[in-house]
Design a protein around this ligand. Structure first.
Ligand SMILES: [Zn+2]
Length: 579
């Protein structure tokens, strides 16, 4: 819901503390003028002053200064005079000279390791759907690379393919004969090499298995291209290009994300091994951003009963990611009625897209999640897929007597909704996790795919908000750029970077600036059960904030696109500063 963003009066908020401390604080406020130093315990470590602050706290939306304590929580936010009460001899006061401050932005749907791989030039194969799909993706990259250059990829998972079978090198070697190729499996315990890579490593049918490793072989005794555990060294020792670890991928992504003003991200699909990498980085303080991760559904059935949700300051794992359909661009979105531009399948039957998931399986998984205190987050693009997910959620909630409970189930994307399903989000307490940039990317061909009538129900932000539903916003990086200001601009304009179409595509579904900021802050925090921790600048919450070079709440819409982040702060610590 929109909250007025006008500059009201600026009462100072006092941090919650022991009652005697509160009395001291109130007393100190009363005689503030004569007090040179605040009493012990309420001296701020840092004060950002002279700022144009949007707090996202509806009780007091605007402020000029913010005081942060030793533990990184917000002690006071208000006018300059009020916040200066927290200034002591050791307080560092930073004059922001009128710059705009926002709560740290949160991307509610991205792929962290995919972005890290992209940043490091490694191919992310986690979304490959079969062995042939994997080969096609590697071949695409090979066409852009000089022959002889290593092609490195990773994160493929044959368990998630319909065949469930390990790949072999034959197709890969045929499609990519000139580049050596090495593709690590998602768990890092196996890799697939092509013929050129094996030639360089001197692998033949006579090569023996090293201790602790195995070269998989076919019925004729020839290597299949898959190397397990210690046998991976046989290939990796001849690679003259770096192979990043999970940790390196996460850190490369983090560097990028902090620089674009994101203090939190929801990682849309990780493995138990990825979770271990996150825990290691959180444990030794290298994970700065807040990551709320979704466990990929194939792992959930065995993982949920034996693992409590993991909740720490920087890393949370308490949700499960399921796929109900494909994407609209490739006509994989599952529709109620046939596609307008492909009404019939090759066999003449009506073509309505692909059911990637099984509604019954989702219902069972949702019940399992409810019983173990986990949240469901399901990918659904087409109107049929969205309806099936809402139905499955509803059945599970009824069966587990959890309707009205604090489940916070989400639908990821929720791009195309039948009008009858729009009110069901609020009724069931299901959040819509949406990516505003997808709308401006897809608007060019959506009407062709589904016709003008159904196009009106796509990316229906305003309609959803009107029913009381919560929208948490994201980008789906690296599919779209992670820069949240591009998503913010798309939310309020529904136009591309050139301002086309003028006035926006299906403009009745635009968000206001306040609604868009809400979706990238408060409701993204809410989707991760973190609304008491972050998402707004309020006393007692963690000081997660960004300083930007322009006021995106008042500037010309097109100027939002060039927003530069000057400083990113998480729990009071500056984790990024513009060079
Ligand atoms: Zn995604």
């Amino acid at each position: 819901m929109a909250s007025p963003m006008g500059l009201g009066h600026l009462p100072c908020y006092i941090a919650p503390m022991e009652s005697h401390m509160l009395m001291l604080a109130v007393c100190c406020l009363a005689c503030a003028g004569s007090l040179a130093t605040p009493p012990v315990g309420i001296e701020a470590r840092t004060i950002y002053s002279n700022a144009n602050i949007y707090t996202m706290d509806p009780a007091r939306p605007r402020a000029e200064a913010i005081a942060i304590g030793d533990d990184g929580t917000i002690m006071g936010v208000g006018s300059h005079d009020e916040v200066s009460l927290f200034e002591g001899p050791d307080t560092v006061v930073i004059d922001l000279r009128g710059r705009t401050v926002l709560p740290g932005l949160i991307d509610a749907h991205g792929h962290v390791m995919g972005l890290g791989a992209y940043e490091l030039g490694v191919l992310d194969l986690s979304s490959a759907t079969s062995s042939m799909d994997l080969v096609e993706r590697v071949a695409q990259l090979a066409r852009r690379r000089t022959p002889g250059e290593w092609i490195l990829g990773g994160r493929w998972d044959h368990e998630s393919w319909p065949s469930g079978k390990l790949p072999t090198h034959d197709d890969l070697s045929r499609a990519i004969p000139e580049h050596p190729v090495w593709l690590r499996r998602v768990d890092g315990h196996a890799g697939l090499a092509n013929a050129e890579a094996m030639r360089r490593a001197g692998i033949t049918r006579d090569t023996k298995n090293p201790p602790g490793g195995e070269i998989l072989r076919d019925s004729r005794g020839e290597p299949t291209g898959v190397f397990v555990d210690r046998a991976m060294d046989l290939i990796e020792r001849v690679i003259d290009a770096p192979t990043p670890s999970d940790e390196e991928l996460i850190l490369a992504a983090q560097k990028h994300l902090l620089g674009v003003g994101l203090t939190g991200v929801h990682d849309a699909g990780i493995s138990p091994d990825d979770a271990e990498a996150y825990k290691r980085l959180a444990g030794d303080g290298r994970l700065k951003m807040r990551v709320s991760a979704m466990l990929s559904a194939p792992y959930a059935r065995s993982y949920l009963p034996s693992h409590e949700p993991h909740v720490s300051d920087r890393f949370v794992l308490r949700s499960v990611k399921y796929y109900m359909d494909g994407a609209m661009g490739s006509r994989g979105a599952w529709l109620l009625e046939p596609y307008s531009d492909r009404p019939r399948a090759d066999d003449g039957s009506p073509y309505t897209g692909l059911a990637v998931g099984d509604p019954k399986e989702l219902e069972d998984l949702s019940r399992l999640a409810l019983r173990h205190g986990w949240q469901m987050r399901t990918h659904a693009i087409g109107d049929r897929a969205n309806r099936e997910v809402l139905d499955a959620y509803e059945h599970a909630l009824l069966e587990e007597d959890a309707l009205g409970s604090d489940h916070r189930f989400c639908i990821e994307h929720a791009q195309m909704l039948h009008p009858a399903d729009i009110p069901r989000f609020a009724q069931l307490g299901v959040l819509a996790s949406m990516q505003p940039r997808h709308e401006t990317t897809d608007m060019r061909w959506v009407e062709e795919r589904i016709g003008p009538e159904r196009a009106r129900g796509t990316y229906a932000w305003a309609s959803l908000l009107r029913t009381g539903a919560r929208i948490c916003a994201g980008s789906d990086f690296p599919v779209e750029p992670a820069n949240p200001f591009l998503g913010f601009y798309a939310s309020i304009t529904r136009s591309d970077g050139d301002g086309e179409p003028a006035g926006g595509w299906q403009p009745q579904e635009k968000m206001t600036r306040a609604e868009a900021l809400h979706a990238f802050t408060r409701d993204a925090a809410y989707a991760a059960f973190q609304e008491d921790l972050c998402g707004s600048l309020e006393v007692g919450k963690s000081a997660d904030l960004i300083v930007i070079d322009r006021d995106i709440m008042t500037c010309e819409p097109r100027e939002i696109l060039g927003t530069r982040v000057l400083r990113t702060v998480i729990r009071g610590e500056t984790v990024y500063e513009a060079p």
